[in-house]
Design a binder for this molecule. Structure first.
Ligand SMILES: Nc1ncnc2c1ncn2[C@@H]1O[C@H](COP(=O)(O)OP(=O)(O)OP(=O)(O)O)[C@@H](O)[C@H]1O
Length: 497
């Protein structure tokens, strides 16, 4: 049977000042396919799909969705035309309940004679959540009661319950744990099996090959090629993305743990209600310590606790010399760096410039203020070291692509010459080239005697980079694994579940 076109994109174009983010891209997406869109950070993937889903306006060209020309004014308008998106960052709004978030812009269905039937809205929302296997999320709860992952799961329901013709999944998987990913993949397959279309953006080439039927590559805003997923392998895709062959190794290759020295920071009997129970750990200088686990295990709170950012914490967090770390100021003053999983809300000053974001903790520590010129040069140095794709350091962080925002977070802590780095999901949304750079950087820092804690949902990242891995379950440490050639994903998974 001949394939039918679902989305016909012709000459799609967008400029942001001097940046030609999407350069006359023409592409067809078919019914009944998962079509991956891949490319390095800043190659234009989100800009392309954001135009389709009404997040930004179309700069040029046309989208024809199932025979109808569309130019959505906003996300709700796009939904009404059959285009939906699960975004890379936080896509739900504080101050609203779970159900209000799910039906934002679609409340009319619950209106009768000018009155909103709130009970009916909550009932339908809960039925949908239950139907997606998410009964632990309550429709009537304020959305901010839930963590980043649960909010993403709500967003999956929000974007799919009305059966959109095309669903964009923008680098969502790295925000989810294993079970969340499986849920998302199930939803994606359902859309495909229903003869609709998924546009899947991901930096994980294994996942792209496993899930997609078709793969299109963008490079610097330009369309490069569309390939059949069955006819390519990971190396072929990497070469197409980067425009040259990539080197094979990625992770650390040594199995030498002799660098680990004195304790840099420790936690003793730390509890945070609902998150951590009597957790103790020691992080040493010259060591990369990994923390893994399933979504609700509490691992993300460990990062917050070490950075003095936990609310209602009991127990002790202290440096090797006994200095207590009980708040964020103490953490920054003692050279602790923290990159949160929730980048936009917890790591970046999103309404400020790249320069302000990079210099923030360093300026605090300098004895004399820097001249404006030196401040700019300082920011430029570290932005360059992290290869942030930008027009200049005076650009607002909000204008950067997701992966480039993460590079700014890392550039900040590189500039601050932190001794202890607490990195939650450090490579979330990062492309393969920069991922390799980050792993190299972590290894370099380890060799310089820095202490690094990596909290990650990526099991292979933990196995590949860490000297020791603590696996958490039910807010406690379920087991500890030493770096070894023989460590497998299953060794970790069996401790998690
Ligand atoms: N609002 C904006 N203002 C200015 N420039 C922008 C804006 N949004 C995106 N850009 C720029 O457009 C280019 C393409 O960004 P886009 O977010 O589409 O990339 P991407 O391929 O989705 O990257 P990533 O994998 O990092 O998410 C980048 O250079 C980015 O800095």
């Amino acid at each position: 049977m001949a394939k039918e076109i679902m989305l016909h994109a012709v000459g799609i174009d967008k400029r942001f000042g001097p940046t030609h983010a999407v350069d006359h891209v023409s592409l067809d997406f078919y019914k009944g396919e998962i079509h991956a869109l891949i490319g390095e950070n800043g190659s234009g993937k989100s800009t392309f799909t954001n135009m389709l889903t009404g997040i930004i306006t179309i700069g040029g060209g046309t989208f024809e969705l199932d025979g109808e020309k569309i130019a959505p004014k906003n996300q709700v308008d796009a939904n009404h035309h059959g285009a939906a998106v699960i975004v890379q960052e936080q896509g739900t709004l504080d101050g609203l309940t779970v159900a209000e978030n799910m039906f934002l812009g679609d409340e009319d269905q619950f209106m009768s004679k000018g009155i909103k039937n709130t009970a009916a809205m909550y009932k339908k929302a809960q039925e949908l959540l239950d139907g997606y296997g998410l009964a632990h999320i309550k429709a009537t709860d304020p959305i901010e009661h839930y963590n980043f992952e649960d909010r993403k799961l709500v967003e999956i329901v929000k974007s799919t319950w009305f059966k959109p013709k095309v669903l964009v999944v923008d680098e969502t998987t790295t925000a989810l744990s294993q079970s969340g990913r499986e849920e998302l993949f199930r939803v994606m397959r359902d859309v495909r099996d229903d003869n609709r279309t998924v546009i899947f953006i991901s930096h994980d080439m294994g996942e792209v090959l496993e899930m997609s039927d078709t793969i299109s590559i963008l490079r610097d805003g330009e369309f490069i090629k569309t390939v059949d997923a069955k006819e390519v392998d990971q190396d072929g895709l990497k070469t197409l993305m980067v425009g040259r062959k990539m080197s094979e190794h990625y992770y650390r290759e040594d199995y030498d743990q002799s660098l680990a020295g004195d304790v840099a920071i420790s936690m003793k009997d730390v509890s945070v209600p609902g998150q951590l129970e009597n957790l103790s750990l020691e992080l040493h200088k010259g060591e990369i310590l990994g923390i893994g686990g399933l979504s609700e295990c509490g691992m993300h709170e460990v990062g917050k606790a070490l950075f003095g950012a936990s609310y209602n914490r009991t127990g002790e967090v202290k440096l090797g010399d006994g200095t207590p770390i009980d708040d964020i100021n103490a953490a920054i003053d003692h050279s602790i760096a923290y990159a949160s999983k929730d980048r936009d809300n917890e790591s970046l000053l999103i309404a400020d410039t790249i320069q302000d974001n990079i210099t923030l903790p360093s300026l605090r520590k300098m004895k004399k203020p820097l001249s404006p010129k030196h401040e700019r040069e300082f920011a430029e140095k570290y932005a360059k070291q992290m290869s942030v794709k930008m027009v200049g350091v005076s650009q607002f962080v909000s204008a950067l692509s997701g992966g480039n925002k993460q590079k700014v977070v890392l550039a900040r802590w590189l500039g601050a010459e932190s001794d202890i780095l607490v990195l939650d999901s450090p490579t979330r949304g990062i492309d393969i080239k920069v991922k390799a750079d980050i792993y190299n950087l972590m290894d370099e820092m380890r060799k310089q005697g820095k202490a690094i804690l990596v909290i990650s949902e990526e099991i292979m990242e933990l196995i590949g980079m860490c000297d020791r891995i603590l696996v958490m379950k039910d807010h406690k440490v379920a087991g500890e694994l030493e770096r070894s050639r023989d460590l497998t994903e299953n060794d970790l998974i069996s401790l998690m579940v």
